[in-house]
Design a protein around this ligand. Structure first.
Ligand SMILES: [Zn+2]
Length: 126
């Protein structure tokens, strides 16, 4: 019951968004307000930010979104359509580099410390 209702509401919102988008497209298509629509398109992709565009065959090719919007949509080497590379939003937390969770006593794994600690078991002797 509730799920269906929510889904229905989502549909209405979706329809509204599409309608708004169509209206915007219609306005920009007929009118001469072409300078304002570019920003809108960029803001739409806030969730998945495009880092740059690249070629599937040539990863070294990198075209900035600004260049892409200016018409540089194909690879300069093989003329293939460039594909967008997104910034991963889900991996925002400590992406790439591993963070140290704790330090562990090499002699006794049960002894852990959040900071590098001089251990109390006579490790200095080693
Ligand atoms: Zn290419």
């Amino acid at each position: 019951m509730l799920g269906l209702k929510n889904r229905y509401r989502l549909l209405i919102w979706g329809a509204l968004l599409v309608t708004a988008g169509l209206l915007l497209a219609a306005c920009s298509g007929t009118g001469d307000t072409s300078d304002g629509t570019g920003d809108m398109a960029v803001e739409q992709s806030a969730e998945r930010e495009i880092l740059y565009y690249t070629c599937g065959m040539h990863p070294s090719v990198r075209v900035s979104p600004a260049q892409y919007e200016r018409g540089k949509t194909t690879c300069p080497i093989c003329n293939m359509n460039l594909v967008p590379v997104y910034r991963e939003v889900s991996g925002r937390k400590a992406k790439g580099e591993r963070k140290i969770a704790y330090y562990r006593n090499p002699m006794n794994p049960e002894i852990t410390s959040p900071v590098p600690a001089k251990d109390s078991m006579g490790m200095r002797g080693l």
